[in-house]
Design a protein around this ligand. Structure first.
Ligand code: MLT
Length: 205
C-alpha cells in the first residue's frame, strides 16, 4: 500500500493575507528547498508547500518515472499525480490553507499539469515552467476557467515548442484560462520567467 501522506516537504506559512498559497514542485534532481526562493520572488508573503518528489532516478528525486528523457511511464504519472493530490489535500487540512497555485519547473511542471488533468480541484491554478504534455490520453477534466501560465523556452532541447503548444491546447480544451508565452531561452529559468510569473500571479490574485 502506498502512503500518500509520506512526502518529505517544507511548509512556510503565509505572511500576506489574501496571497494565494503556492505548491512548489522542483525539477529532476531537486528537492523541497529548491523553489522556496523562486516562490518568494513570484508571490511575496504566500504560504509555500514544497514536497520532494518520491521517485529516484539514479539518486535524483523526481515526481514520476520516465522511460527516457521526454518519454513518460504514463501509468506511473497517473498514480503519482493522484498521490500528490492526496498529499495536497492532507497538507491543506494540516496547515489550514486554501487550494494552492502550483509553481512547477520541468518535471515539477509536468506533474502539476498531470494533477490539473487528473484532480482539478486540488489546485487553484498553475504556473508551468518548461512543461510538456504529461499524458497522451488524459481523462476528461473540467478546469472551469482555472488560470494557467505556461512559460516555455524557444530553444529548449527537452521540450519542443510544439509540445508546449499541445499542452496549452489540451488545458484550454478542458476549460482552463491558459496564457502561453515562449521566451528566447532554453530549459533553464531566466529573470524573464520570474517577472512574467510575478505579474501573472498578481493579475489573477
Ligand atoms: C521529465 O522527465 O519530466 C522531463 O523530461 C523534464 C525533466 O525532468 O528533464
Amino acid at each position: 500500500m502506498t502512503d500518500e501522506s509520506s512526502f518529505i516537504y517544507r511548509f512556510e506559512p503565509g505572511t500576506r493575507p489574501g496571497a494565494p498559497p503556492l505548491l512548489l514542485l522542483h525539477g529532476t534532481g531537486g528537492d523541497e528547498n529548491d523553489l522556496l526562493q523562486l516562490g518568494a520572488m513570484i508571490s511575496p508573503g504566500s504560504a509555500m508547500l514544497s514536497p520532494r518528489g518520491r521517485v529516484l532516478e539514479h539518486g535524483m528525486p523526481r515526481f514520476f518515472r520516465r522511460l527516457a528523457e521526454g518519454v513518460f511511464d504514463e501509468q506511473d504519472v497517473r498514480k503519482r499525480a493522484l498521490e500528490l493530490g492526496a498529499f495536497v489535500e492532507d497538507a491543506r487540512r494540516r496547515h489550514s490553507i486554501a487550494a494552492p497555485v502550483a509553481v512547477g519547473f520541468s518535471n515539477g511542471a509536468n506533474i502539476a499539469a498531470a494533477l490539473l488533468l487528473m484532480k482539478p480541484d486540488a489546485l487553484a491554478g498553475a504556473v508551468l515552467l518548461r512543461a510538456m504534455v504529461p499524458l497522451s490520453d488524459p481523462p476528461k477534466a473540467r478546469l472551469d476557467g482555472k488560470p494557467v501560465l505556461i512559460l516555455s523556452g524557444q530553444a529548449d532541447p527537452i521540450v519542443p515548442a510544439s509540445n508546449a503548444a499541445r499542452l496549452s491546447a489540451m488545458l484550454a480544451d478542458a476549460g482552463a484560462k491558459v496564457t502561453l508565452r515562449t521566451l528566447p531561452t532554453g530549459h533553464q529559468l531566466t529573470q524573464a520567467d520570474v517577472s512574467l510569473a510575478r505579474d501573472w500571479i498578481t493579475s489573477v490574485d
